[in-house]
Design a protein around this ligand. Sequence first.
Ligand code: UFG
Length: 333
Amino acid sequence: MNVLITGATGYIGSHTIVSLLENGYEVIGLDNFSNSKGNVLDKLEKITGKKIKFYQGNMLNEDLLDKIFSENKIDFVIDFAAYKSVGDSVSKPIEYYINNVSSVLNLIKVMKKYNIKSLIFSSSATVYGMPSKVPIIETDKVGGTTNPYGTSKLFVEKILDDLYKSDNTWNICLFRYFNPVGAHPSGIIGEMPNGVPANLMPYISMVATGKLPLLQIFGNDYDTIDGTGVRDYIHIMDLADAHVCAIEKLHNKQEFNIYNLGTGKGTSVLELVKTYEKVNKVKINYKIAPRRTGDIASCYASAKKAEKELGWKTKYTIEEMCKDAHNFIVKND
Ligand code: UFG
């Protein structure tokens, strides 16, 4: 089966390609390297021993999409291509809406033309806004997003929902990712943010390796186990495997499905810092800082639906997430 991956060289796209290739799928990749590097392709070949067919370009270029579909027999599409910085999205909302929403509209148009109707869309737990309770289940209220990045994901979810309502021969799966962290255990690929990372795990890794002096922990007065924010960290390889499970279970269906992808377990900032220090035998300098605007106390998934319907279950522990994150940064200094 041939799977088109948009955002192929990005963090989640690249790890998913490893899982797909290892499970016997053929992959066609597309990326414009807006937030990744071309050498990821060589690294994927190094890990899997397989070459992937790759197109460099932008999904806003409908002619390119048309060319890809005309040159390949595609069975399934996984759409990872998007801008993902919460902070940037506040200062560049229109760029975010064009890149994250118009690109999907183009993709749908071309998929329709070639009668390819199977799509996994990478959404985010951010669509739940300020959740009223945890663990979050898929039928909980969405909306109330606090930044254009989150709103762009919400808009695309709605567009795909409308599409399915208009034509139920589509096969659409929305994955709402919680907090993906870690790296491929080889340390060959991982998360390589441009500039100073905004997310906790890459920030911890930079402090651990002396590239940044100090971690600021944003708030220790939340109503959580130790006052620091609680999130559902999920190992990137577990997340990648969910896509393989979804294709296996859903490939000949005509359904609209939504799944949370998380472990179902919350971990606080301090717990993550302590675990990272312990498993990697390093010291993380940190100080308690004021709360970050827009943050919530606790956010974790109920992942029972994905387990029941896709037969998918997370395997990696918090210890392994910290170990693999550190291994990657040490090997890619
Ligand atoms: N944190 C710190 N210091 C830092 C960075 C983060 O204390 O330097 C804390 C945050 O306050 C929060 C936790 O670490 O309590 C996790 O923060 P992240 O920025 O790593 O992740 P978020 O949960 O805020 O957001 C992430 C993605 C979003 C996505 C969301 C989905 O960045 O894109 O998960 O739930 F939408």
